[in-house]
Design a protein. Structure first.
Length: 244
């Protein structure tokens, strides 16, 4: 049996940003729309500017979770370890989001009209933090969002569980958690040459991991999206909860 790949075994500075965006985010896929609708329902229950500080836990180059948080969170820390992803995020903040993000912004704003009409303004509260999410202090945030991170950085279930615990505990008790996971994600490829770790999880797995850490836990799923590359997954798992 081949050895498992752990998070620290991977050169995250070499994440293929352009290929990842081309495969996943240069157009609005139905699965993106479903994740946005799920997350937006959580944010719409919260008052405008009611969260002083939130975190995007392992932000990657994905802008739509940051736009979703804009009406509710006065400051959003986009915490990311990979240098290429950090550089991309900083360019988007400095120069304004690329045109490919416009359909995402339009849907986010259609679901929550409190989102600023200008895509750049929707990111005004974001601060890019080049760092390791595992070092975030407990209870530092009023809300935390995580999208396709814990199951896509390790092949080890214990490490997946630990990352989910760190995600849940970085929010103060009573704070909100919202997350999306690839369902049954194996080791996968981005582009033609790069291979990345995956830890297969499903609804019962995610529910069991978060049940001791949260209340008001809701875990649902959506089917695999045929408009996306076939990474070997079977869909997505969506979570909302309140931290204990």
């Amino acid at each position: 049996m081949p050895p498992r790949t752990f998070n620290d075994d991977v050169d995250w500075d070499g994440w293929p940003v352009d290929a990842y965006l081309a495969e996943n985010y240069r157009q609005l896929h139905p699965s993106d729309a479903a994740v946005i609708a799920h997350h937006s329902a959580v944010y719409r229950r919260l008052g405008a500017g009611s969260v002083e500080r939130s975190v995007e836990f392992g932000a990657g180059p994905n802008l739509y979770p940051l736009m979703l948080a804009a009406p509710v969170c006065r400051r959003i820390d986009a915490v990311e370890a990979g240098a290429a992803n950090v550089a991309y995020l900083r360019r988007q903040l400095a120069d304004g989001p690329e045109a490919s993000w416009s359909p995402f912004h339009a849907l986010v704003r259609d679901l929550d009209p409190r989102v600023p009409a200008d895509p750049g303004a929707a990111l005004a509260g974001v601060r890019v933090v080049h760092g390791d999410v595992r070092t975030l202090p407990p209870g530092a945030y009023g809300l935390a969002s995580m999208n396709f991170v814990a199951e896509g950085v390790t092949e080890d279930f214990a490490e997946f569980t630990a990352l989910c615990g760190q995600f849940a505990r970085c929010v103060a008790p009573g704070g909100r958690l919202v997350a999306a996971f690839m369902e049954n994600m194996p080791t996968y490829r981005i582009g033609e040459a790069t291979q990345w770790p995956g830890c297969p999880v499903d609804v019962p797995t995610v529910r069991a991991v978060f049940a001791p850490l949260t209340r008001e836990l809701t875990v649902t799923r959506i089917d695999a999206d045929p408009t996306l590359p076939d990474y070997g997954d079977s869909g997505m798992v969506l979570l909302s909860a309140v931290a204990c």
